[in-house]
Design a protein around this ligand. Structure first.
Ligand SMILES: C[S@@+](CC[C@H](N)C(=O)[O-])C[C@H]1O[C@@H](n2cnc3c(N)ncnc32)[C@H](O)[C@@H]1O
Length: 230
């Protein structure tokens, strides 16, 4: 994929004076690839600041736990996905976990509405498989068209459906359904069950799991698209 994409992550934008462009992020990625269970640095302060600035949009004061990240990657069966979309990557902790679980030739499109979070992810994650798109989860088709991508196998969402207007929540869920490939899956993780209440109207009932090792404990919902048609 060409590097000229405007939304491509570019850690080389702000290299330290003593470093080759992109060197620091590459080092970090290489270390985590060699030791996949070592926790990666997160950005709790940037996350909290994001929450204080836009509480309803961010919906949580801390990012998801490592256990939560593992549960969503397993539930979404990310290792088999060619194209996955993350809705609401926040400061990128979940994004790194998704990339670790994905194949070397896969693509992850991260759609985030908060421009500050988009900048942070672009600056801290140097991975050619990642495309960061600033925009709304209600406009998945536009994001796919802009980046010349087809239908995703997987959509994951950490966005807070309980603090957004019901109509926006339904628009996001319809946007997910319309974008997914036949046989694709949608995984949403939430503290409250609003996403399931709305999701029943769009997809039907979900498979539900509970992850206790997260603050707060979260429900994880999975919906599967029919294989033949949408
Ligand atoms: C609870 S945080 C989840 C962050 C991260 N995925 C995690 O689990 O730690 C929710 C994120 O969804 C983003 N968000 C909220 N509404 C959105 C929308 N309509 N489209 C895209 N992102 C949205 C927020 O800016 C925030 O980054």
């Amino acid at each position: 994929m060409p590097d000229a994409r405007p939304d491509r992550p570019s850690s080389s934008r702000r290299p330290s004076p003593t470093q080759a462009p992109g060197a620091r992020s590459r080092d970090r990625r290489d270390k985590s690839a060699a030791h996949p269970l070592i926790p990666q640095p997160d950005h709790p302060i940037a996350f909290l600041r994001g929450f204080l600035e836009r509480p309803k949009e961010v919906g949580s004061i801390i990012p998801s736990s490592r256990w939560m990240e593992r549960r969503i990657t397993r539930t979404a069966e990310l290792a088999t996905a060619k194209l996955a979309i993350e809705l609401g990557p926040g400061t990128g902790g979940t994004t790194k976990a998704l990339l670790q679980a994905m194949a070397p030739d896969a693509t992850l499109l991260a759609i985030e509405i908060n421009p500050g979070f988009c900048d942070l992810i672009r600056e801290t994650i140097d991975d050619p498989r990642l495309i960061v798109h600033e925009g709304s989860a209600a406009d998945i088709a536009d994001a796919l068209a802009k980046h010349d991508l087809g239908a995703p196998d997987v959509v994951l969402s950490g966005i807070p459906f309980s603090t957004m207007p019901r109509e926006l929540g339904l628009a996001i869920l319809r946007s997910v359904k319309e974008s997914l490939a036949p046989g694709g899956r949608f995984v949403a993780y939430q503290f409250r069950d609003v996403v399931h209440t709305l999701g029943k109207q769009v997809f039907g009932a979900a498979d539900v799991q509970l992850e206790l090792l997260n603050v707060p404990p979260m429900r994880v919902y999975r919906w599967d698209m029919p294989t033949g048609s949408r």
